[in-house]
Design a protein around this ligand. Sequence first.
Ligand code: CP
Ligand code: NVA
Length: 301
Amino acid sequence: MGLRHFLTLADFSSSELQALIKRGIEIKSGLQKGELYQPLQGKVLAMIFEKSSTRTRVSFEAGMAQFGGHAIFMSPEGTQLGRGEPIEDTARVLSNMVDAVMIRTFEQDKIECLAKYASVPIINGLSDTYHPCQLLADMQTYYEHRGPIEGKMVVWLGDGNNMCHSYINAARLYGFNLRYVCPQGYLPDEDIVNSASDNVEYFSDARVAVKGADLVVTDVWASMGQEEEADERAKIFAPFQVNAELMAVANDDALFMHCLPAHRGEEVTADVIDGKQSVVWDEAGNRLHAQKALLEFLLTK
Ligand code: CP
Ligand code: NVA
């Protein structure tokens, strides 16, 4: 296999994504049984974080350690990136030292530029446009609880943000139907919606959209970098809150997911996120196993 990157879900085929779910589950099961599996001995992952992270950082770092490799945390403050060294130069330098680079930043273009100049796999650990690693974990989690997601109804509520865009890509690649319910002015990118038009549909009314849902998903109303808009957004997004009344309209066995961190009382009420239909802890934990499957694919195949 030649050099592969994971900049968006669309970099992988549907069958590759299905295979990653299977491998994520196998790798998780081996770890839980205490089996030692170290396919990445001597391999190093550089992790560039230009935004905060708990799950992404710890899951990649723990995953590399469990696989017998090593991960290096890089922040703008502690590296020359923060002093303006071009991403093109960083790409070429890191490619001579490490086996893969994960980056969390603002612009998707910057990640694409890194990939263009790198000679090692680049992984998108979140940009303003996409969060593909989270979808690997979400799809594994759905599969573990309910089986194949193909043909199921998923409802996205809230901001048409990076997570929403990755759900739109996922709808096409994993073959589910996605209803998105977002306020005007906060709709997902039109080109991304159009790329999956057979699988996605806009709804203005949350209760109408959620009827028949198998999975209900939301995210923060103000993403990283939008902190100053938080008060204004809280007013605009209030009708899009996931609460018990809304979940009651979904199918009885519907699941609730949220990539976390969550704001209880804003996009989701405590009774839902801490309730029986919520699988958010499995979802967060699966970041580890799903990304280990991704690392194995990119670095050993
Ligand atoms: N869901 C997610 O990516 O979490 P972090 O921001 O903590 O990495
Ligand atoms: N949409 C959120 C996701 C955080 C994991 C953000 O970008 O801040």
